[in-house]
Design a protein around this ligand. Structure first.
Ligand code: ADP
Ligand code: ADP
Length: 227
């Protein structure tokens, strides 16, 4: 059954609904791709699932508990402990080194500096980034920056990783490699992955894909969009 589930959620900007009565669920360990045209509501849906936005109506459930009714502090605690995030442009902190960026979520969780850095180093090793630990993020290639972002998303051992166009800023070969790494590591760790992408090759690496149209989740098999 579902690890994370949105039921009939609607979310508007002003009076304009971006997500309209959408329902979606993912099971533990599943890799789900969310596809759909630009402006269809994919990001807004992802933000609702991740507890970054609360829906205007409908319900979001995580691990058997209602999530959308939690207060801000509890939702942010849940995000910090159970979720990891990878965005299109990595969103690394430029003032920090690569190691410091990866260690950051652990430090925010009040880990000891030494432990956090040791764990960050082991993830950097796993992603073939060991030599770049002391660099600043501005010195990295796009692919390297996204690998650092993946390490940072996984270092806290989240239950779910949310990725919003994680390969969007990369050339297609690098993008495919980054997606393979993300999916491979997630499977090794048993992490659930929800990835928003417009790239069919990225979606091909997922267990299942859904398509968002006009703020609604549609089954690609039913709409004939399937590859
Ligand atoms: P997608 O991720 O599929 O491109 P989004 O969820 O980003 O779609 O956007 C869905 C709709 O909501 C679009 O019509 C977009 O213009 C609108 N929208 C997104 N963000 C905002 C915002 N901050 N303010 C107003 N409208 C927004
Ligand atoms: P210690 O850190 O005392 O050697 P463990 O390695 O068992 O003990 O881990 C202690 C805590 O650190 C646990 O909560 C575990 O979830 C977390 N942890 C351990 N290894 C990692 C890792 N590679 N990435 C993220 N968290 C980790």
């Amino acid at each position: 059954d579902a690890l994370l589930r949105a039921e009939n959620i609607t979310r508007s900007y002003g009076n304009t609904p971006a997500v309209r009565a959408a329902s979606l669920s993912v099971t533990a360990g599943e890799v789900l791709a969310i596809m759909g045209p630009s402006g269809s509501g994919k990001s807004t849906l992802l933000h609702c699932l991740a507890g970054i936005f609360t829906p205007d109506s409908g319900e979001v459930w995580f691990d058997g508990r209602r999530m959308d009714t939690l207060d801000d502090a509890r939702r942010s605690e849940l995000r910090r402990t159970a979720f990891g995030f990878v965005f299109q442009f990595g969103q690394l902190v430029p003032e920090l080194t690569v190691t410091e960026n990866v260690a950051l979520p652990l430090l925010l969780g009040r880990a000891k500096r030494k432990d956090a850095h040791a764990r960050a180093a082991s993830w950097l090793e796993r992603l073939d980034l060991a030599k770049l630990g002391g660099r600043h993020t501005g010195e990295l290639s796009g692919g390297q920056a996204q690998r650092v972002a993946i390490a940072r998303a996984l270092v806290t051992r989240p239950r779910v990783v949310f990725a919003d166009e994680p390969t969007g800023a990369l050339d297609s070969l690098t993008g495919e490699h980054v997606m393979e790494l993300l999916v491979g590591l997630a499977r090794e760790e048993g992490v659930t992955v929800i990835v928003v992408t417009h790239d069919a090759r990225v979606a091909a690496g997922a267990d299942r894909e859904v398509v968002v149209r006009d703020g609604k989740v549609t089954d690609p098999y039913a709409t004939g969009i399937v590859r």
